[in-house]
Design a protein around this ligand. Sequence first.
Ligand SMILES: C[S@@+](CC[C@H](N)C(=O)[O-])C[C@H]1O[C@@H](n2cnc3c(N)ncnc32)[C@H](O)[C@@H]1O
Ligand SMILES: Nc1nc2[nH]cc(C(=O)O)c2c(=O)[nH]1
Ligand code: SF4
Ligand SMILES: [Mg+2]
Length: 240
Amino acid sequence: MSKLPVIEIFGPTIQGEGAVIGVKTMFVRTYGCDYRCSWCDSAFTWDGSAKDKMRLLEPEQVVAELLELGGDNFSSVTISGGNPALIGEGVGQLIELLHQREIGVAIETQGSRWQDWFLQVDALTISPKPPSSGMATNWEMLDSILHKLKSSESAAHNLKVVVFDEQDYAYAKAVHQRYPGVELFLQPGNTDVTEEGDISTRLLGRLEWLFQQVIADPEMNQVRVLPQLHALIWHNKRGK
Ligand SMILES: C[S@@+](CC[C@H](N)C(=O)[O-])C[C@H]1O[C@@H](n2cnc3c(N)ncnc32)[C@H](O)[C@@H]1O
Ligand SMILES: Nc1nc2[nH]cc(C(=O)O)c2c(=O)[nH]1
Ligand code: SF4
Ligand SMILES: [Mg+2]
């Protein structure tokens, strides 16, 4: 088996975002990202600040830790990062081991890289990054990823765009127009990921703003707008 770089394993918690919001799930967060989003809420996966906590684990070890931590109190695992799509076999083997135990797998990735194991995932979220992130979308790569997913019968996938401002909203619209058949989730951005204490009022204000954009826009009749539910409940706490 092939090792994978892991920065944290936590749960059970409640999936707070997108297509599988509300589902009880464990999390495996891989280390390393090819992006550097200005507002990344998981920058410790790539900025070096938690480098000493990164562990190279065999997929079997990851499963053992998930079972130790969660017992039989979960049937879903979300693999996020960082960018889990930077990792080939290690994540592919982990997915296989989880499926052998009838545990469903969700993935969070930004659509900058393809992995063949995308086709095995039960809920694959592709989250291209809007202008406020400072990252540039590789549209050819995104086209090719969505084309491969569309051609496969098994791969349940969706798009999720984080929106901080008008420019980001225009970007989300461009994504929707480019991939009209793919379910699109919009999520308001958290502008301060280090603020301590209760941030729910601020987050709900941004959610209402995003609701208003979509309500007024006949070109966005098919999208879904959701908060980061875990951030409303647990704020900027890590491992939730
Ligand atoms: C930390 S990322 C890890 C997975 C992958 N690198 C990605 O970006 O899709 C998980 C999700 O959190 C979202 N996210 C990160 N920082 C955020 C913020 N400040 N506000 C709202 N969503 C954020 C990302 O857009 C992504 O959808
Ligand atoms: N509860 C909870 N839901 C989430 N959905 C996506 C997350 C992520 O960081 O990828 C996340 C997370 O970190 N926690
Ligand atoms: S792609 Fe995801 S993990 Fe990477 S910097 Fe952006 S939000 Fe953070
Ligand atoms: Mg998160």
